[in-house]
Structure formats: structure tokens, C-alpha cells
Design a protein around this ligand. Structure first.
Ligand code: 13P
Length: 256
């Protein structure tokens, strides 16, 4: 059984002071949750302070990106060694990084290998654009993103990866995928490709989150889907009531 995993991607929001306030509030609000893995991914400048607040709690900390080299003349970048001092997770290949910062399946693959090499748990994002969705290209496109991300990754290492299916047209738009559609795409574009690459057991072990306008009011509809193992939450992870509401509604729905 895959343990549900809900993570907040704070994107480029929150100063260090604001991030600490949110982390302190989340620590209190989510202290009783044990049936799910939880994490928050603050901006790089707030990682140290937030990880300090959340040490020895049930909330993990993740970075939103990193470079693949351990060190060197790469101005502005953060290495896996640096992330590892402060976080256990790292989001890789978010669509905003692909869209605005030139990331490709090939660079995501290099980052994924670096994360695994350093014992970080990667959350690899994949998902199609609106044009691709409307053209019926979602399954082949997302399947290719999976093949690209996992190129050269062993079966044993593949099992350590978390995936986040985030249709680009659903991110920050208030327009979510239909849960049944997201479930089908995860099965056909992700689970089937992983089975082809690594066999049934690994394909079934890898957790796949849904991301894109997740809110307290729609979380239950996603989490009950057989292929959806949690959520990567953007906007609604920035307010303690919303993120705590998402987590408690998911827990309720799974209990029912
Ligand atoms: P929203 O929840 O704001 O749509 O963002 C989703 C996302 O991109 C999480 O990584």
C-alpha cells in the first residue's frame, strides 16, 4: 500500500519571517496526523529557518529546485549537498521551471540522478499543456516525460521517487482536472510506462500526487481515486486553514 503524501509548494512566496510563522502554525495544526506523509517546500532562503521549526515533527521539508553538480562555478545555483543539509525532499522539473527557466526532460534527469545519489527524495513533476490536452496528446506526452526523467535510473532507485502529475492548465487557474481523468492519465501515462520500465511491483510502489488548484473542497474527490496518492498543493498551501483543511479532508475521505 502506498502511504498518502501531501506536500505544499510555497513557490516564490513568504519571506523568512512569514515562512517561519506559517511553519509554526502548521506544526500545531497538523501535529496529530500520522496516516499521511506531509511536507512543505519553502523558497530557498527560508529552508534553514523552516527546517529548524519542523525538526522532529511529522512535517518534512523540501526544496523547490536544485542543480545537479555538487559544487563549482554555477552562480546562483544550489547543490544537492546544500539542499541535503536543510531538507529531505526536492521538487524537480516543476512546469514553471520548464516554462520559465528552460528545464527539459534531460536536465530533470540529471537532477533526479543527483537527488538519488545524495539520498534526497525527489518529487518529479510532469504534466501537459492545455493545447496538448485539447489535441489528445496527454498520454504520449506525459509518458515521454516519464521516460526522459527516468532514463538510466535503476529499478531500485526508481522506487524512491515521488511523482506529481500537474496538468499545466490546472495550475493556479482554479480549473482542476476531473478526478477520474487525472486518475486515468496517471494509470495510462505514468503507471503503465513505469510497469514497462521497471515491472509491476515498482510501478505499484511509486507514489503519484495530483497537483493543480487543489483546495479543501476538492481534495476528497482526488484522494479517493485509486491511482492518486496525495497532492502537491500550491496556492492553498500558503494559508494554514487551507492546507490543514486539505490534509484533514483527505484523511476523512480515506477513513470513510
Ligand atoms: P496551485 O495549487 O496553486 O494550482 O499550484 C499547483 C502547483 O503548481 C504545485 O506545485
Amino acid at each position: 500500500m502506498r502511504k498518502p503524501f501531501i506536500a505544499g509548494n510555497w513557490k516564490m512566496h513568504k519571506t523568512v519571517v512569514e515562512a517561519v510563522d506559517l511553519a509554526v502554525a502548521l506544526k500545531a495544526a497538523l501535529a496529530d496526523v500520522s496516516t499521511m506523509d506531509l511536507a512543505v517546500c519553502p523558497t530557498a532562503t527560508a529552508l534553514e529557518a523552516v527546517s529548524h521549526v519542523l525538526t522532529n515533527t511529522n512535517i518534512g521539508v523540501g526544496a523547490q529546485n536544485m542543480y545537479w553538480e555538487d559544487s563549482g562555478a554555477f552562480t546562483g545555483e544550489i547543490s544537492p549537498l546544500m539542499v541535503k543539509e536543510l531538507a529531505t525532499y526536492v521538487i524537480l522539473g516543476h512546469s514553471e521551471r520548464r516554462q520559465y527557466f528552460g528545464e527539459t526532460d534531460a536536465t530533470v534527469n540529471l537532477k533526479l540522478k543527483a537527488a538519488i545519489r545524495h539520498g534526497l527524495t525527489p518529487i518529479v513533476c510532469i504534466g501537459e499543456s492545455l493545447a496538448q490536452n485539447e489535441a489528445g496528446e496527454t498520454v504520449p506526452f506525459v509518458g515521454n516525460q516519464i521516460r526522459g526523467a527516468f532514463a538510466g535510473i535503476s529499478q531500485q532507485d526508481a522506487g524512491k521517487v515521488v511523482l506529481a502529475y500537474e496538468p499545466i492548465w490546472a495550475i493556479g487557474t482554479g480549473r482542476t482536472a476531473m478526478p477520474a481523468d487525472a486518475d486515468r492519465i496517471i494509470r495510462e501515462a505514468i503507471r503503465d510506462v513505469l510497469r514497462d520500465l521497471y515491472g509491476e511491483a515498482t510501478a505499484q510502489a511509486i507514489r503519484v500526487q495530483y497537483g493543480g488548484s487543489v483546495k479543501p473542497g476538492n481534495m476528497a474527490d482526488f484522494i479517493v481515486m485509486p491511482e492518486i496518492d496525495g497532492a502537491l498543493v500550491g496556492g492553498a498551501s500558503l494559508k494554514v486553514e487551507d492546507f490543514a483543511g486539505i490534509v484533514s479532508n483527505a484523511a476523512q475521505a480515506l477513513k470513510a
